[in-house]
Design a binder for this molecule. Sequence first.
Ligand SMILES: NC(=O)c1ccc[n+]([C@@H]2O[C@H](COP(=O)([O-])OP(=O)(O)OC[C@H]3O[C@@H](n4cnc5c(N)ncnc54)[C@H](OP(=O)(O)O)[C@@H]3O)[C@@H](O)[C@H]2O)c1
Length: 321
Amino acid sequence: MPPLGLGTWKLAKKESYAVIRDAIACGYRHFDCAPIYKNEAVIGEAISSAITAKEVRRQELWLTSKLWNNAHLPRHVRPALERTLKNLQTDYLDLFLIHWPVSFRQDIEHPKRAEHYLMPSEERLLETWSALEKLVRKGLIRKIGVCNYKRERLQRLLSSASIPPACLQVECHLWLQQRELLAYCLEHNITFTAYSPLGSGDSAESIRCLASRPASVASSTDNCRNLLAFPPLIRLAERCSCTPAQLLLAWGLSRNCTLIPKAASPLHCRENRAAMPLILPQEVIAELEGYDSNLRLISGEPFCRSLSPYTLEWLWGDEGW
Ligand SMILES: NC(=O)c1ccc[n+]([C@@H]2O[C@H](COP(=O)([O-])OP(=O)(O)OC[C@H]3O[C@@H](n4cnc5c(N)ncnc54)[C@H](OP(=O)(O)O)[C@@H]3O)[C@@H](O)[C@H]2O)c1
């Protein structure tokens, strides 16, 4: 998997075509997609036209997509994958991930009431995994993995899967460094993909749960709401003659994470790729490590509202939220 991919959450439909064509032109080969981002059809058009124009071959691309929470029942898995394949105009995915371990009724995209959820069930998640394994055997997916799994849930999956997960995709950045989970994945040959590596500054406050963060965390992040504006990060970036985003990405790559920053701006796209060769001094890395605050920005808290049977405790356990 190319270690730097392009995130596509929040790419508006009308901008997606130009962003993807430009990203391919400037060297991106890895795209992180999902049907719930509502832009896969436009991304598929952009990829297909770049292939037709001979700018890239399908075999050079790494396409990741995800199974949304309303398609966990085994009979719904293949139809969901087929919709994504059709939209992305491809006959296989490089990686297909379970998006969240939270299950909804098939007709519900965003639950608003308790009855829109299926009850939490580890067994159902294992059945979803078996359905994904069948699709690997049929050649429709090369690798399978999970997102937003705590270690205990990943361990359970590893011990029962016939095809082990190839990737864990979770939130990971300066304020949520995920040291134990990262070490566990590296030890078990699971690619660790860090989502929101720049702090997801463009996501809605209702999703980025900053309001509820404890006072101790707020003070350790200098009361800063946007990671890219965190004063110590700006100071260190100046010292390394790079931008704060580049510093975060170079640091993430040095930790053997795969990173999928989202960037709609062509300047940001190029700036982020230019971070790949940067080597950071050991004392800068040591200082960055000191800013871990166990601050989860995308906690899944919206799935735990309105009498939902899911809780933050069930999602993350002792990993904290
Ligand atoms: N599996 C999951 O549950 C899950 C959850 C969240 C995210 N993800 C994936 O991870 C991807 C990345 O996470 P994210 O979208 O939450 O946030 P992110 O990548 O941490 O941050 C995106 C923000 O950073 C800005 N940005 C990018 N490059 C920059 C640069 N060089 N300088 C300054 N600003 C820069 C972007 O601006 P512009 O867009 O204006 O350029 C955008 O506002 C998502 O798009 C999605 O593919 C997965």
